[in-house]
Structures are given as structure tokens and as C-alpha cells.
Design a binder for this molecule. Structure first.
Ligand code: NAP
Length: 499
């Protein structure tokens, strides 16, 4: 019996660091770590000790023998990763040898403990906090504009992914750390300026994410019934900025533009059985609306082919295996069928799915809820007078109009500027070098505001590692002087109270 990593893998490599035989790959120092969709256990060298399962922050690792029907496919996926790889005489895969972890983070003892503010309590901010608290003597002020901590864990991860949300418990342990103080409900640029934070801290790490939605610039994008996926995600997660009536589910067909994991999350929630969502963290107003929803068909629209879909394989597999909600491929474009038949890479995941040439001018035919994947269709215009009536897209034989009462743009997130810090308008990020903000001493960035809105939760661990390493290098090299001072908390608290 070996262990296997399954759907909810967060890629943060906690399992890698506890595996005594180096049987989990790719490791953070292997080339494909940055691009892999998940990590894999080598069944040939796994010694069944279960250390990885104990350490996994998102409950993604199980003994192969105990995999449930819907997770059984992961035994094969784990093994497949190692097929054809060199294992030679080394019982563990020898494309990388295990070396014990080292912590080269220490600040020499003759340095005063630095005071560091971390702005943002999402995964990127919390991985930075964890690194600072575990490996240095820094005192941390943790700030968030919302009155509750969690960022994307709380307001981004879908409520039907409780295992993924569980990583929030790992992070919230640090909220109680004796060297950490929290200032929630405090917005940089509104309640406190970047200069005030810099005055009271030796360094400030901005982990503010990418909180706005990318636009498409299409005609009709502002019609009623056209919303961003960020709004839908905030709506079902009870984000304080999103009104309870922000999403209208009175249309029978909803088109989602984009095939990223956010699009899949929204498609899953809009087609879920409300009874199955009761008892999750879903916002009560969203659950209530889902109970009376008229939605019968959700269309996932891709401008490219199935071989280039943006979703990750584990998320697509989970959607395909869900009982009671068929996932169907629109086969009108021969390129779609050819790619699936060729059966390589991501396109092969669709081989077992039903196919249909959908009549897009008519309302959905199916009585029960379903999801349809349509590839090679770039959106060109939203159609309607004041309310969305349809979406015009490219098709194999010219333009096609998909009749739909709701269009959701799931084409990615975008960072917004922090007043006073430089901003790259084209990328929606704060320009930086290995996490150090360009042209602003003492300011650092981590997460989506640093590298753009891509990568799951675990990607932020290595990202935070890089930023913290840069910060500490700046301290130890003297580039960033550490000023001995009393805790900055009292002074900040007095100022916040005044506002
Ligand atoms: P994403 O993965 O970048 O997907 C964006 C989608 O929008 C792609 O399908 C893209 O198509 C499409 N798109 C962009 N511009 C377009 C245009 N002008 N016209 C038509 N389509 C357009 O973004 P995301 O879904 O927001 O996800 C962000 C990150 O969060 C990803 O790394 C994702 O994996 C992660 N995430 C993970 C989970 C999970 O693990 N469960 C859940 C949510 C989010 P092209 O590919 O053709 O550009």
C-alpha cells in the first residue's frame, strides 16, 4: 500500500519536507515545481509511514487502498508522474536527492528584533508571517482592511471545498503568536498611509492580492446580467463588499467566459444541489437564492482548444465525476473533437464525456442542471437592450449568438494600486525585484500583487520564501537599518482609534 495525493493538493510542499524517503515530487527546488498542477507520491518508494498525510494542511493525502470511488483515479495519476523517470539504484527517485531542510533565515543576535508590518491576511501574507515568526525574532503587525482575517481563503475558496479552506486553520494559529499583533478593519491609504507604516516599522510587506476583475472591453459588458466572477465568488462567500442581491439567477442559461479554476468554481456552485451546500460556509443569502434558481445550463466558454484549457486537471476531474450534473462537450467545432480524439494532455480528460451539437439559439433542452464546455469560441459582444440577452462568439462557420440571460466574466483577477507605491498598469502588479519594491526602501511585496494573479494557495509559500529572504538579506547587509524601538503597536493603535 502506498499513499497518493488527490484533488485538493495545495502544492505548498509541507508534505515534501516531512517525507523521510524523498518520495514526493516535484520538490520546491526542482524545475517543474513552478508549473506543476499538483504534487505526486512515488508508489515505488513510498514506505507508507503516513507522515505526509499527517502534515498535509488540506487533507489531500490518503492510502491508495482507502481512496473513495471519486478519488481512485489519483492512484494512477500519482504513479503516472514517475513513469519513465530515472530511478536507477536509488530506492527513492534520484532526479533529486533529499537533503535535510536548513533555515538560513537567522538574524544575528546582535541585531534588534525588526518590526515588520504585513498588509493582507490571505495565503501570501500568512506564508510570509509564518516564515518571519518561525525563523526570525521579528515582531509582526498584521493588518487587513476587512474586519475578519483570511483573505482569499475565506472569501475566494469555494464553500464546497472545505478541505482547502482548512489551510486557514494552519494560518490562524499564527494570529495568536506572542510576537504578532493584528489590526483588522484597517485600510492602507484610508486609515493609515504607507509613510505612517514605514515610520513605525523597519519593513512593510504588502500582500494585498489582486482584488479587482479584469475586463474584456466588449460592447455590452455593462448590461444588467453581466457580472464579473469576482462578484459571484464574493457573493457566495459573503464578502462584505458584495451586496446580497448582486447575483440574479432567474436566467435558464448562464455563460461563463473563461475556463480557469475560478470559472469551474462558479459553474460548480451554480449547478450544485443547494441541500449539499447547506452546512458549508456558503453565505445564507446565496444559499437562499440558489434554492429558487432557474439556472439549468452553465456554459464554460474557451477561446482556445481543450488542449489549452486553463483549468487544472484535478479540478476538471472532480467536475466530470460529480454525480447528477452531467458535463458535456459541444462538438460543433471539428478542432475540439480532433484534439479530444488525439487524446494527449488535458484534452484527454474529456474523452469519456458526452458530446452534443447544441442549438445555441434555443433555451437549454435538458430539464436537469448541466454544464457544457464550448471551445474555440472567443466572445465578441454582449447582446441586449438593458438586460443581457445573449453573447456573440466566434464559431467554426462564422459568428454564433448564444442565448443567455446572464454572462459571467471569469477572465482573471487584477491588482489595484496601493496609494504611494509604484504600479505597473499593464500587469496590475507592484514592480519589484525578488520581492523588494523598486524605488521604495523598506517596502516588499508577496503573492498576486507581486507576480500577477496566477497560481494556487501553495504557490505563495515559495513566493513568500523569496520575499522574506530578500528582506532578511537587506537587514543583515545593512541595506535596511533596523531601529531599536518599543513595540510599534501602542503608537499605531492610538492613531487608528483617532480615525
Ligand atoms: P486563469 O486561470 O488565468 O483563467 C483565465 C481564463 O480567462 C482563461 O481561460 C483565459 O483563456 C480566459 N481569458 C482571458 N482573457 C480572455 C479574453 N479576452 N477572452 C476570452 N477568454 C479570456 O484565472 P482564474 O480562473 O481567475 O484563476 C486564477 C488563479 O487562481 C489560477 O492559477 C487558478 O488555478 C487559481 N485558482 C485555483 C483554484 C483551485 O485550485 N481550486 C480555484 C480558484 C483559482 P486563455 O487561457 O485562452 O488565456
Amino acid at each position: 500500500m502506498a499513499f497518493a495525493i488527490t484533488q485538493t493538493c495545495c502544492n505548498d510542499a509541507t508534505c515534501v519536507s516531512v517525507c523521510p524517503v524523498n518520495c514526493i515530487h516535484p520538490t520546491p527546488d526542482e524545475p517543474d515545481f513552478g508549473t506543476t498542477e499538483m504534487l505526486y507520491v512515488d508508489p515505488a518508494s513510498c514506505i507508507d509511514c503516513g507522515a505526509c498525510a499527517d502534515a498535509c494542511p488540506v487533507d489531500a493525502i490518503f492510502p491508495v487502498d482507502l481512496l473513495t470511488d471519486s478519488l481512485r483515479v489519483y492512484a494512477g495519476l500519482n504513479a503516472e508522474y514517475y513513469a519513465g523517470r530515472e530511478t536507477a539504484a536509488d530506492p527513492a527517485p534520484n532526479f533529486h536527492r533529499w537533503s535535510p531542510p536548513t533555515f538560513d533565515r537567522a538574524i544575528p543576535s546582535d541585531f534588534a528584533p525588526p518590526d515588520i508590518a504585513v498588509v493582507g491576511t490571505g495565503p501570501a501574507g500568512m506564508y510570509a508571517v509564518e516564515d518571519l515568526l518561525l525563523h526570525t525574532n521579528a515582531r509582526v503587525t498584521l493588518i487587513d482592511r476587512l474586519p475578519v482575517a483570511g483573505g482569499l481563503i475565506r472569501f475566494g475558496v469555494a464553500p464546497d471545498h472545505p478541505a482547502t479552506k482548512r489551510i486557514g486553520e494552519t494560518f490562524s494559529r499564527f494570529h495568536e503568536h506572542p510576537r504578532l499583533r493584528m489590526r483588522l478593519g484597517t485600510e492602507v491609504g484610508r486609515h493609515v498611509t504607507i509613510d505612517e507604516l514605514a515610520e513605525r516599522h523597519d519593513a512593510v510587506v504588502y500582500a494585498v492580492g489582486a482584488s479587482s476583475a479584469r475586463g474584456l472591453g466588449l460592447d455590452g459588458e455593462d448590461l444588467t446580467g453581466s457580472v464579473a466572477a469576482t462578484t459571484v465568488v464574493g457573493w457566495y462567500n459573503g464578502h462584505p463588499d458584495v451586496p446580497a442581491n448582486a447575483v440574479d439567477l432567474s436566467a435558464e442559461r448562464v455563460v461563463l467566459i473563461g475556463t480557469g479554476n475560478v470559472a469551474l468554481d462558479v459553474a460548480r456552485i451554480l449547478t450544485a444541489d443547494p441541500a449539499a451546500l447547506a452546512g458549508t460556509t456558503i453565505a445564507p443569502h446565496a444559499l437562499e437564492r440558489l434554492r429558487t434558481s432557474k439556472v439549468r445550463e452553465v456554459v464554460l466558454l474557451a477561446r482556445r482548444g481543450p488542449e489549452d484549457a486553463a483549468y487544472t486537471s484535478p479540478e476538471l476531474l472532480a467536475l466530470a465525476q460529480r454525480a447528477g450534473v452531467p458535463l458535456v462537450v459541444d462538438d460543433a467545432d471539428p478542432r475540439t473533437v480532433a484534439a479530444i480524439e488525439a487524446g494527449t494532455g488535458k484534452a484527454s480528460l474529456l474523452r469519456e464525456l458526452g458530446r452534443e451539437t447544441v442549438d445555441w439559439t434555443a433555451p437549454p433542452v435538458a430539464d436537469a442542471r448541466r454544464i457544457v464546455l464550448r471551445f474555440h469560441s472567443a466572445p465578441t459582444e454582449l447582446v441586449g437592450d438593458t438586460q443581457v440577452r445573449g453573447l456573440r462568439v466566434t464559431g467554426p462557420d462564422g459568428p454564433v449568438e448564444i442565448a443567455a440571460g446572464q454572462v459571467v466574466r471569469a477572465v482573471g483577477y487584477r491588482g489595484i494600486p496601493v496609494p504611494g507605491l509604484p504600479f505597473d498598469e499593464a500587469r496590475g502588479t507592484i514592480p519589484n525585484t525578488a520581492g523588494r519594491v523598486d524605488g521604495r526602501s523598506g517596502a516588499y511585496v508577496v503573492g498576486w500583487i507581486k507576480r500577477g494573479p496566477s497560481g494556487g494557495i501553495g504557490a505563495n509559500r515559495t513566493c513568500a520564501g523569496e520575499t522574506v529572504a530578500t528582506l532578511l538579506e537587506d537587514i543583515t547587509s545593512g541595506r535596511l537599518p533596523v531601529r531599536a524601538r518599543r513595540s510599534p503597536i501602542a503608537a499605531l493603535a492610538a492613531r487608528f482609534r483617532g480615525r
